[in-house]
Design a protein around this ligand. Structure first.
Ligand code: VGL
Ligand code: ZN
Length: 193
């Protein structure tokens, strides 16, 4: 399908942080490969002066999702550390960009960029009705951010060439679920400015 970006659209880049890159502590296979594609999407939105939202996992040292504290993941994206920083190759516009930290309190995890954040109000304030979502991981934070957006009434486009997952099967299932929930899957050539 073809879709043209209009002035009620925003781009959401999910968790493109060092710890999720191939050399990180919670690596998403080939996550570095989508960086150039994501940068191109960022430029598309930047050119139209549309907002770009970057979510980031921003956990305290004793976060509930960490194995030592009863969770399933190795310690990752601890606030202020190198691993929590955005991947150096990621293009972050000087203007009209917003950084959304999530999973910031010890006792709650947040796979969705909407969970415990002001993302929804920032979008609503700007009259945004449709969100284009890319980043990692397809089967966790991309999935849940997209579901959050759908539940809040946004029209959701998943950027198929701008996502990578942890588990292949789970990523497939996640995308299928998102389509059933009303999201559309589009690639770079299908998105025009
Ligand atoms: C994520 C696992 C743990 C993600 C975050 O960004 O998808 N996955 N924390
Ligand atoms: Zn996390």
């Amino acid at each position: 399908m073809k879709v043209a970006i209009s002035n009620r659209d925003a781009l959401i880049v999910v968790d493109m942080q060092n710890d999720f890159m191939p050399l990180g502590v919670l690596p998403v296979k080939e996550a570095d490969r989508i960086v150039p594609v994501i940068n191109n999407y960022v430029e598309k939105f930047e050119r139209k002066s549309l907002p770009v939202f970057f979510t980031r996992d921003w956990h305290p040292e004793n976060h509930t999702s960490f194995r030592d504290f009863g969770g399933v993941w190795p310690s990752h994206c601890v606030a202020g550390t190198e691993g929590a920083k955005f991947y150096p190759g990621l293009k972050i516009p000087a203007d009209n960009k917003f950084i959304i930290s999530k999973g910031t309190s010890p006792e709650f995890d947040a796979y969705s960029g909407f969970q415990g954040t002001i993302l929804d109000s920032l979008l609503k304030e700007r009259g945004i009705r449709r969100v284009f979502i890319c980043g990692v991981a397809t089967d966790f934070c991309v999935k849940n951010t997209a579901l959050g957006a759908i539940n809040l009434g946004y029209q959701v486009f998943i950027l198929s060439d701008g996502i990578k997952g942890v588990f292949e099967d789970l990523s497939e299932t996640s995308l299928k679920l998102l389509m059933e929930e009303g999201a559309s899957l589009v690639s770079y050539d299908e998105v025009s400015v």
